[in-house]
Design a protein around this ligand. Structure first.
Ligand code: MLT
Length: 408
């Protein structure tokens, strides 16, 4: 008799974004004339930039020739891309990494979800609350948790509340934890972490032989020069942290799929007997067993992001989204909402009117303004009463959404 992995039965409801999609489709069916504006899932709206398109077209032409054809590539990614990453994303910030420490993949969602596989099931996982749901759900699937409690939290996970009081950066936990997921600039709150705040975590991880899983998918949206873009800007972080980066939001690759994960060679994890194991070698083994590489055409496109034209073109698009964020902040502040984020991240996090729960506010905004956002409670118990708006849309659509908010 075939047995199911019962850990999957512990998962609550559907994954957040499909659940929102379901509710929106239902609303659209019942209100066929409603012009719905989507500021829910953080999906980009601007086309790939000309430098990327040209590089991809050229790569397609190469693939049409015997000499230029590429079959399986290196699972870890082509050197032309890993070298461009090191030279542009890290070296200018004083971060020294080797190309063997970069693993190109088809997305940070997969990487942040898959990484836990190489660590023991007895590790204690710590996540911020609210949190990007992938970190939690993949640990539930793996069996690191017990069932969810009534408040929606899983036993066995340490939740670190992020609220306006701590500027959405968690305190060090009082219990001992082994795998710590941090995401800055943060999804969903749009908060950033300073060097001093990150240093506390790096110091904690070094003292406790713990691991930081640092999701930096939104680093390109940082405009404040004092905010670090990489955890490796903190001394010693290469001994305790894995970093996730993505071309999805930075360069419009949500549909094209390209990302990378940094696993430094200095990073160790331990056997039960206390032997230090090289995490880079284990991830390399896992990656090359389960992944056959991101396509040549896609990686050529990603490398073009680092050309002078590519850099300028993606910067213009990022500026467009961040202008949206700033107009959302302004409009909502004028309407009297408490508003956070949206300054170094493409997400604005707002408090629903007093006494209103996140999903109630979601329904009210959808019904009255025909605008879709993301209910804060979908990201965790501490997100209850909050609501997230994504800045990824056309400026005129964002302005229309804000006009409609005024009428709620
Ligand atoms: C979000 O809306 O939080 C993101 O688009 C989800 C993702 O990047 O997977």
């Amino acid at each position: 008799m075939i047995k199911i992995n019962e850990n999957y039965l512990k998962l609550q409801a559907g994954y957040l974004f499909p659940e929102i999609g379901r509710r929106v489709s239902e609303f659209a069916e019942n209100n066929p004339d409603a012009d719905i504006i989507k500021l829910g899932i953080g999906d980009v709206t601007e086309p790939l930039c000309p430098a990327v398109i040209k590089a991809m077209h050229d790569a397609v032409d190469e693939m049409a020739t015997s000499e230029g054809f590429h079959g399986y590539g290196p699972e870890q990614g082509y050197e032309f891309l890993t070298e461009a990453i090191l030279a542009n994303d890290f070296a200018p910030r004083g971060v020294k990494l080797d190309k063997s420490e970069i693993f190109i993949s088809d997305g940070s969602k997969c990487d942040t979800g898959n990484i836990q596989e190489i660590f023991g099931l007895d590790n204690i996982v710590a996540v911020t609350d609210p949190v990007y749901p992938v970190y939690v759900d993949t640990n539930v699937m793996a069996g690191r948790t017990s069932n969810a409690t009534e408040g929606g939290r899983y036993g066995g996970i340490v939740y670190m509340p992020c609220t306006a009081e701590n500027n959405f950066v968690p305190e060090l936990p009082s219990e001992s934890v082994d795998m710590i997921y941090l995401c800055y600039p943060n999804n969903p709150t749009g908060a950033t972490a300073t060097k001093d705040q990150l240093k506390k975590w790096v110091d904690y991880a070094r003292e406790n032989k713990a691991l930081i899983l640092f999701d930096a998918a939104y680093e390109a949206f940082i405009s404040d020069p004092n905010i670090p873009h990489s955890i490796y800007e903190i001394d010693g972080a290469e001994e305790v942290a894995i970093e996730f980066r993505s071309f999805s939001k930075t360069a419009g690759f949500t549909g094209t799929r390209c990302a990378f994960t940094v696993v430094p060679k200095a990073l160790k994890a331990y056997t039960k007997a206390g032997e230090a194991i090289d995490v880079n070698a284990i991830w390399n083994r896992r990656h090359s067993t389960k992944f056959n590489g991101c396509s040549y055409i896609t990686q050529k496109g990603a490398a073009a992001v680092y050309t002078p034209e590519g850099k300028e073109q993606i910067r213009n698009t990022i500026n467009l989204y961040m202008d949206n964020a700033s107009r959302i902040r302004k409009a909502l502040t004028e309407l009297g909402y408490n508003v956070y984020g949206g300054q170094n991240a493409p997400y604005v996090w707002l408090q629903a009117p007093e006494g209103m729960k996140s999903w109630e506010f979601f329904d009210a905004v959808l019904n009255k303004a025909h605008v879709v956002g993301t209910p804060g409670a979908g990201f965790g118990a501490a997100g209850e009463g909050y609501f997230r708006l994504s800045a990824f849309n056309k400026p005129e659509i964002v302005d229309e959404a804000m006009k409609r908010f005024a009428k709620i």
